[in-house]
Design a protein around this ligand. Structure first.
Ligand SMILES: [Fe+2]
Ligand SMILES: [Fe+2]
Length: 343
């Protein structure tokens, strides 16, 4: 063997050893990850995680964050027309909560190494989605009630199990979000109850809103299990704890007695208690409508995204001022910081 070939073979074997060591440690990390998930332990930002787990979480958390901030629009539409100071204060608090939810969730996505700018850019350019429910219009004041009762109610049904999600920062964000969603659901229910017990016209307005929001709310749980692209893997990773159909059924079972208490009907002639299943049966969902709205052909898709882009552009000066303030604060001598606090 010449010295040149011997050197080459040494390099090759060193590379091979490094490659084997890398594979061994990858396998050890992967085993530790799987064991943690199996033991219901939380995965934290600095822990090793499979690339697909990370990207799946980023996709889900981003879509969730986008839904929170786009979801501010249909209801903000009614802030200036709320029928009383009390209703206005409640609605403003709710819409502000939704902005806060967006912030917690963008924060959770940042722990996975994806910046807020990048996610907002994907939202604005249509590369990431938000919940289709917000592409429906709010035509009357009763829609504020129907959204609280049904849309926030469906969100809670979806989100309570996410408090036990395997990714720590997402699970912890959900705990706080769910507490606030519960207030949102109650204010909507109470609003509808007052309308339902009011004049004939108010009752009719409440019924009309429920008629329009019921089916889109059922679609919020996503496609049926056998058509849901990400469900099985998300459940194996314990990001998701229950299937779409399971959660949808749970929501229907909760809503039927609530509708009765409200004195309103749900717009589904096939809705009836099934003694054998111990659940309510319900009619076929029009998935062609769901797919059309998802594709961008809902009544308000264009309006929502245009408004979001405009709000982002108009808020540029706030982001610049906040960044300038943060930079100044970071470099300020300690004595300055102390003075600023005590003065
Ligand atoms: Fe929310
Ligand atoms: Fe909410």
């Amino acid at each position: 063997m010449t010295s040149a070939t011997s050197a080459t073979s040494q390099v090759t074997s060193a590379e091979g050893a490094r490659e084997r060591a890398r594979e061994d440690s990858e396998a050890a990390f992967s085993a530790a990850f799987e064991a943690a998930v199996a033991a219901d332990e939380r995965i934290e930002p600095r822990d090793w995680m499979p690339d697909a787990y990370r990207s799946s979480l980023v996709r889900q958390i981003a879509q969730h964050a986008h839904s929170e901030i786009i979801g501010m629009q249909p209801e903000a539409n009614w802030i200036t027309r709320a029928p009383s100071l009390r209703r206005k204060a409640i609605l403003m608090a709710k819409v502000q909560d939704e902005a806060g939810h967006g912030l917690y969730l963008y924060g959770a996505a940042e722990t996975l190494g994806t910046g807020r700018d990048e996610l907002l850019d994907k939202l604005h350019s249509g590369r990431q989605k938000y919940s289709s429910i917000f592409n429906y219009p709010t035509l009357t004041w009763a829609d504020v009630g129907a959204i609280g009762w049904l849309v926030d109610g469906a969100a809670i049904t979806n989100q309570v199990p996410l408090c036990r999600c395997s990714y720590g920062p997402y699970a912890r964000a959900m705990v706080r979000i769910c507490k606030e969603e519960s207030f949102h659901q109650r204010q909507g229910y109470e609003l509808l109850l007052v309308l339902s017990r009011g004049t004939e016209a108010q009752h009719a307005m409440a019924q009309d809103a429920v008629d329009r929001w019921w089916w889109p709310s059922l679609m919020m749980f996503g496609p049926p299990d056998d058509e849901s692209a990400h469900s099985a893997q998300s459940m194996a990773w314990k990001i998701k704890r229950h299937s779409n159909d399971e959660l949808r059924q749970r929501f229907v079972d909760i809503c039927v007695p609530q509708a009765e208490a409200l004195g309103l009907t749900l717009p589904d002639p096939d809705l009836r208690w099934n003694e054998d299943r111990g659940h309510y049966d319900f009619g076929e969902i029009d998935w062609s409508e769901f797919r059309a709205v998802l594709k961008g052909n809902g009544p308000c898709n264009e309006q929502r995204i245009t408004q979001r882009r405009r709000a982002h552009e108009e808020g540029a000066w706030v982001r610049e001022a906040a960044a300038a303030y943060a930079a100044k604060h970071q470099h300020a001598p300690r004595s300055d910081r102390k003075e600023a606090v005590t003065s």
